[in-house]
Unconditional design. Structure first.
Length: 413
């Protein structure tokens, strides 16, 4: 056992212990507050609805703990247990070129991982989500989605993966810089294509028909210089009763999308307030800031990978007998989250800060009371807990906890 194996196992153990401890804290906190609705929500959310949200949260967290143990065991089997090494040696017997062997190994790993995860996805969808009345997807549509995702992944993934592995092998010492440029370009292209090419493969998008709502939205967008390719309603209800709204696309190919479930639950004023929050992200350049931060982190990660793939201890420390560019990429993608989990509160803090800024903007563009009402309805309809453990929330929540967010907006009234 080399030193890197020891370091890997130490960070893995610390991360697992921390995640289990946070989950237990969260469960205890939610249970201790499930019998009383927080005063800020008492008039709009019943005790029964509050307790449903608590039970839903506890169920998901409990299931998540079990899946965490399974994921850690699988990670150890793939790495130190020799699973990846066995897969690599088996595919090397085909005597393909190094590049196409690498593509085959990574795709095979992805396919096997998806098959292993499939029972958990089925249980989560057809047992947990169905138990609480959220699941709308049929087994037939579930299977169709799986095949679409697989085909799409192969069509897009094979050429991209082949290009990355070719650059890693033949572009010289600065391959990581060229891969970074390709990765960022690929990401921007996918963002641009998503609303008109990829998303319609899974959902139907219809132009919004409510004329009053359309005029209100267009007025809000014009006031803030936001140009889009249209306002659409997505048939989210055929998969789930959860509601949402989002901007999608990039540059001139932006769209505004509302789940049909959201439109059924909110009035025109509330929808305008929700959209004003989303426009707040645009006006505060949160998307650009997020792209910039991702680009910097990805560049640093690839530079680190460029160094690690030259170190035999990196491969041997994670159970690989024959070093290769593709195995370096695969090992790095598996090992990196073990170390970066401890930085989660920093990333979550920045995300929550952006949410507060977007709320502040929305409070100036629309009635903040309407945004409060919309959020409360969404919390209720989505069975979101109103009483998350603060420390757990600091690690996992990209949005401020419900009481904190509502208090912040209430101060704008």
């Amino acid at each position: 056992m080399n030193e890197f194996t020891v370091i890997f196992l130490i960070f893995l153990a610390l991360g697992v212990v921390l995640q289990i401890w946070l989950a237990l804290r969260h469960q205890t906190y939610v249970r201790s507050h499930q019998d009383v609705v927080p005063s800020a929500f008492a008039e709009k959310i019943s005790l029964q609805e509050h307790q449903k949200a608590a039970t839903y949260t506890l169920t998901k967290v409990s299931f998540g703990q079990k899946m965490l143990i399974v994921e850690i065991l699988l990670l150890l089997l793939w790495t130190l247990g020799g699973g990846l090494d066995i897969l690599d040696r088996a595919l090397r017997t085909l005597q393909w070129t190094e590049l196409w062997t690498g593509v085959a190994v990574i795709l095979s790993f992805g396919l096997l991982s998806s098959l292993i995860d499939l029972p958990a996805n089925i249980y989560s969808t057809f047992r947990i989500e169905a138990r609480f009345g959220f699941n709308r997807i049929t087994p037939r549509l579930f299977i169709i989605d799986l095949f679409k995702e697989m085909i799409l992944g192969l069509v897009i993934g094979i050429p991209f993966l082949a290009l990355v592995l070719w650059l890693m092998a033949y572009a010289g010492e600065l391959w990581w810089l060229y891969v970074w440029l390709v990765w960022m370009g690929f990401s921007l292209i996918m963002m641009w294509l998503f609303p008109t090419v990829i998303a319609p493969l899974f959902n139907k998008f219809q132009p919004i028909e409510d004329q009053e709502l359309k005029e209100r939205i267009e007025g809000l967008l014009q006031r803030n210089g936001f140009a889009s390719k249209g306002i659409f309603v997505m048939d989210g209800s055929k998969r789930s009763s959860h509601g949402n709204a989002y901007f999608t696309g990039f540059g001139s190919n932006k769209r505004i999308v509302f789940f049909d479930t959201l439109l059924k639950g909110l009035n025109v004023d509330e929808i305008e307030a929700v959209l004003a929050h989303e426009v707040g992200h645009f006006k505060n350049k949160h998307i650009q800031k997020r792209i910039l931060s991702i680009s910097i982190l990805s560049l640093a990660s690839l530079a680190l990978l460029g160094w690690l793939m030259q170190q035999n201890w990196f491969f041997h420390g994670l159970g690989i007998s024959t070093p290769s560019t593709y195995m370096a990429l695969l090992l790095f993608s598996l090992a990196l989250p073990i170390f970066t989990f401890f930085f989660s509160p920093i990333m979550a803090w920045f995300s929550r800060r952006h949410e507060f800024e977007a709320d502040d903007f929305a409070a100036k563009q629309a009635n903040p009371l309407m945004l409060i009402q919309a959020l409360v309805k969404l919390y209720k309809d989505n069975a979101s807990t109103l009483t998350p453990d603060p420390l757990y929330s600091a690690f996992y929540d990209s949005h401020p906890p419900a009481p904190v967010r509502i208090a912040h907006l209430s101060s704008k009234l």
